[in-house]
Design a protein around this ligand. Sequence first.
Ligand code: ITT
Length: 200
Amino acid sequence: MKCIIFTNNSKKCDELQAILVDQSIHVMRYKEVVGHEIDVVEDGVTFEENALKKVRALSHLKDDIKLADDSGIEVDCLDGNPGIYSARYGGEDLTDQERCGYLLNQIKDKSNRKAQFRCVIAMIFPDGTEQVTEGVVKGTLTQDIRGNSGFGYDPLFIPDGYDQTFAELGPEIKYQISHRGQALAKASHHIKTFCSTLNH
Ligand code: ITT
């Protein structure tokens, strides 16, 4: 069984592939399958709506499992923002480092540094069934940018129970505890269930 991942974010794609590698499933990037980039306007008002929009852009690929995620960071002292707007927060063309700097500036006077990453995964199975799963990881935002691994807001985020950011902790620990890791663990349960129905 093939699982085709919809994302235009190459770092996110690497993460999804790495986390799914344990499954006996052949994971492919959608661009390798359709041969070109697909632009999806993420104008939903929830992570779920956006994840479903993305995965439905692949619904014409009938024989395979299709998977997309929508994710972001929710900052308590910003009333849960940037949330679904995380990828564009501070401006479309900022680098990850500039975006982290922008967020730090927005909360520079705030004592409550609590935040959470949220990830919603949407899947479409070859029989047309849709499934949605979610993962959340809670943590605290640093005062400065720390670490080089990962992407996005990883250098600012210290998950609860640790004293380093995701960008310092590195991929193995991040995959085990992250929002994306949790949502994918639930997603892989649905994948296994679907595959077992094929064997009967
Ligand atoms: P696709 O829509 O093509 O998948 P994207 O980067 O636009 O790629 P999202 O719309 O889901 O993805 O936006 C997620 C943004 O939230 C992402 O660009 C980061 O800024 C942030 N984010 C999500 N997960 C993250 C993670 O694991 N670590 C750090 N930042 C993350």
